[in-house]
Ligand binder design. Structure first.
Ligand code: AP5
Length: 277
């Protein structure tokens, strides 16, 4: 998903000229690979997992969805896909290289407007074959509204698929604000760090790929307040939506990433028929 189309052998990876580190970044780290849309080539070559998990992650901005998505991807082989990362990445490049809903989304963002539900859903629909992928998917940032959630349900139904679970990461507001204020993101592979809780080994440099770290513009105090309000109004109602469908699993996002992941794993191991050592 997002990484699209066929699989090949390790040898083919060599032919594509991809280094090991790059493959790691693509599979586990770069949550914006979905950007490449329906014509992008899937360059994952690792074996499919025993079971393709299909997950949605919910939680306030800064609850740690992206952090958990990376850990889940690493353990279960599931593709992490973040609409937020995709939009940020798309904004960095020339609009001429984009098409369809992605182009429309970037043009709207350039005018300072929010991307409407219809455009976001079109964007996912254009990559709808990804919903069938044998690697599964972790949707982080989509759906973001009840309208998007209903559209996702339809997109999956049309393809004979359903979600396995919706993981809702819960965290007190003061900790959310602290996490967002200290977050730094890799410009290249999108790995996230925290200035105090998860600092990079070398200041300003990504441990994983050596890319430069930056502070997202929406992680400044004024923007954080706006995002938290938008979350309460538009996204928090999805908790009841998925609760009604008996898909919701609340997970405390308090504590170290590894502690939160241990809670995620307890749930996912019960869903995934894996025999991990
Ligand atoms: P998006 O990128 O999705 O932002 P978000 O939902 O606000 O989520 P974040 O990425 O900010 O937080 P996170 O929960 O992933 O936290 P993270 O793991 O990084 O969307 C951005 C924008 O794009 C939106 O505002 C919207 O405008 C637009 N958009 C996106 N999708 C859309 C859609 N579907 N429709 C319309 N518009 C859309 O962690 C945060 C920090 O905490 C990091 O520094 C991390 O290192 C640290 N941390 C994480 N876990 C822990 C822990 N356990 N202990 C200590 N520190 C931790």
């Amino acid at each position: 998903m997002g990484l699209l189309v066929g699989r090949g052998s390790q040898r083919e990876v060599g032919l594509l000229g991809l280094e090991r580190g790059m493959m790691h970044m693509i599979i586990h780290g770069d949550r914006s690979r979905w950007l490449h849309g329906s014509n992008g080539a899937c360059i994952r070559t690792d074996p499919y997992p025993a079971r393709a998990l299909r997950l949605v992650l919910l939680g306030a901005p800064g609850a740690g969805k992206g952090t958990q998505a990376a850990l889940i991807a690493e353990r279960y082989g599931t593709c992490p896909l973040s609409t937020g990362d995709v939009f940020r990445e798309a904004k960095r490049g020339p609009v001429a290289t984009l098409d369809g809903a992605m182009k429309q989304a970037v043009e709207l963002m350039a005018q300072g407007r929010l991307v409407p539900d219809e455009t976001v859903v079109d964007l996912v629909r254009e990559r709808g074959h990804c919903l069938l992928c044998n690697y599964g998917f972790i949707l982080d940032g989509f759906p973001r509204t009840a309208w998007q959630a209903e559209a996702l349900e339809d997109l999956l139904l049309e393809r004979g698929r359903r979600l396995d679970a919706v993981l809702n990461y819960t965290l007190p507001r003061d900790i959310v604000i602290r996490r967002l204020s200290g977050r730094r993101t890799c410009a290249d592979c999108k790995a996230t760090y925290h200035l105090e809780d998860k600092p990079p080994a070398a200041p300003g440099k990504c441990d994983r790929c050596g890319g430069s770290l930056f502070q997202r513009s929406d992680d400044h105090p004024d923007a954080i307040a706006v995002r938290l309000q938008a979350y309460e109004e538009s996204t928090a109602p999805l908790i009841a939506y998925y609760e009604d469908r008996q898909m919701l699993h609340n997970i405390s996002a308090d504590g170290a990433p590894s502690d939160v992941f241990a809670r995620s794993r307890a749930l996912l191991d019960s869903l995934a028929d894996f025999a991990f050592a």
